[in-house]
Design a protein around this ligand. Sequence first.
Ligand code: ADP
Ligand code: MG
Length: 651
Amino acid sequence: MPQIHLNHVSRTYSSARGPAVVALRDVSLEIEQGEFVAIVGPSGGGKTTLMNILGLLDEPTSGEYLLDGQAVNVGGPRNAPQLRARTIGFIFQAFHLLPARPAVDSVELGLLYRGVPRARRRARAQEALLSVGLAERAADSTSQLSGGQRQRVAIARAIAGDAKLILADEPTGNLDSENAERVLDELQRLNVKGSTVIVVTHSSEVASRAQRIVRLADGAVVSDQWRGRPLTSDALSPSVGLGRSAKESLNAGEPQVASNTLLLPTSTYSRLRVLDLLRDAWASVLSRRNQTIGLSFAVAIAVALTITTLGLSSSATAQVSATFDAHLNREVTARWSTGTAHSPTLTSVPEVVGDLRGVEAAAVLLDLSPSTVSSFAESRQVQPHVAVGNITAAGRLEVAEAPWHSGELHADEVLIGDLLASQLQLSSLAGAPSIYIDGNNYVVAGLITGSPRLPLLRGEVVMGAPADINTHAATDASLLAITAPGAAPQVARQMPAAINPYQPDAIFVAAPSDSAILRGQVEEGLRTALTAFTVLALIVAVAALMNATLLAVHTRRGEIGMRKALGARNAQIGALITIESAYVGLLGGAIGLLLGMGAILVVTISQKWSPVFDTALTPVAMLVGLVVGASGGGLAAIQAARLKPADNLRN
Ligand code: ADP
Ligand code: MG
């Protein structure tokens, strides 16, 4: 039974534009195990197409291909990747090694996809490198090797895989004659040990080593010429064209490909382990350092924006809350009319209210009827007030006090609004100026320069409480209270009964009862805006990453094709690209976390907010990076998985 049996095989490339190309027409060929066949012929004659079909990288349009008696023709067996991995070794003009990774990684790759355990893979790869004279270079990056050395690494890969069929498409096309010679020697040694070697070549030197020369032109076999008998290791003879160096190395007792000592059972290992996949993806990411850093920065920026918006959202809402609590939410005002039968004793009200839980300051302000207020220079008609208790604190007044004054306002002292003071042309407070209200003299103890709670006071005047204040004629009274943050609603409920236990209904309380709702709305609005911003940033990052990974897969077509030729399944290629992208995402997550925390710090410091660092941001950053990475790589992964090796391994 021939190892290879092609029965009337044709391959037609149909394309949307232009006529279909018949690359192979009705090729019938039988090749026995152990032959050394050269395929020659003009460029475009169909040699590569034939090799792709022989290597199960492509399928005939019609005809039948039996490999070891098993039909592998149209439709292809499901286990083509495994069959390739176990049976076939590929050697290409363009080498197709893993760039910038240790030579041994490329040698191991086929074994990886066969599920061979790591230690065993490594041992076998080392041995294969030793047999091609590259044991010393195992750890060196393939980028540092010469062309000849690279091709010998590719041969070592076929040796490690124990390939019974070696397909070499112009293996010496990129090599000088000395290196070509060496590579041919290696191929010949493999052949001597029993592997079938099929070499596509333009070189008569190469062809002269073969026992059989098949000439292809226009897709058809035009000649099939025998030059000698199949070789066996004990029938080596110079007459069949074995190169001197090959003969020497064979005779020198160099370590043989130890297929008997490190036998690979064909069925024991079948699954690529997850850990191997993760490790391979990690090495792959590391081998493209600059690209990895570039891509991870795209992710980092999205993660940084997410972290910043999430972080600032808590800082900003905390800030909104603090602002509400600091002002509106802490002011409670009660109003009533004095002079009725059960009206409260004015002097005790600030104390009683001040004793309520949560009250930080309380004062009463009486509104008197408009009076004439005059200085030596001017006079005005304004509304005077009388304050009982610390009106400066309770009314949130900004007061420029006279240097000599401190503490509460006495009965003969006033605080005067700064606007009124300038109308009255009052001199500096240091000179203790005095004014007249309804003919009574008062010393100016301070200027009211600002009052967000009682803005009208800047044009009015506040007097200290006289001793007879409790018997004052009927007027309107206000109690102004400042509460602890959050205590306002409760204080407002208790206040009427505290001020007037007999007639609580006569006390009208104004408290910011709806401030909690308002605050909630402001926070909600802020969060919505920041969330929208974050979502946008994430979409941009995924799109950028998608673009970049698609481009990366395009530049790695050859490598991906090679991985498939070595036995990788579509899902494994998809997983590789996704995992690589996820690694990039994780790296971007870590960088983004740092950038984001920095941004939060800068914003909060410049806004004088208190920074809120949520420890949950760390896992969030990593998760966001991972998801952005994996989803950004998704499309490229699908594309890579679908990539046809035959189209992408062409020289
Ligand atoms: P060789 O390796 O002998 O140079 P090929 O097998 O590469 O020849 O190509 C045989 C013919 O098939 C050529 O005419 C080539 O242009 C055509 N061909 C090869 N691959 C494709 C493809 N993917 N699509 C269309 N035509 C193709
Ligand atoms: Mg070709």
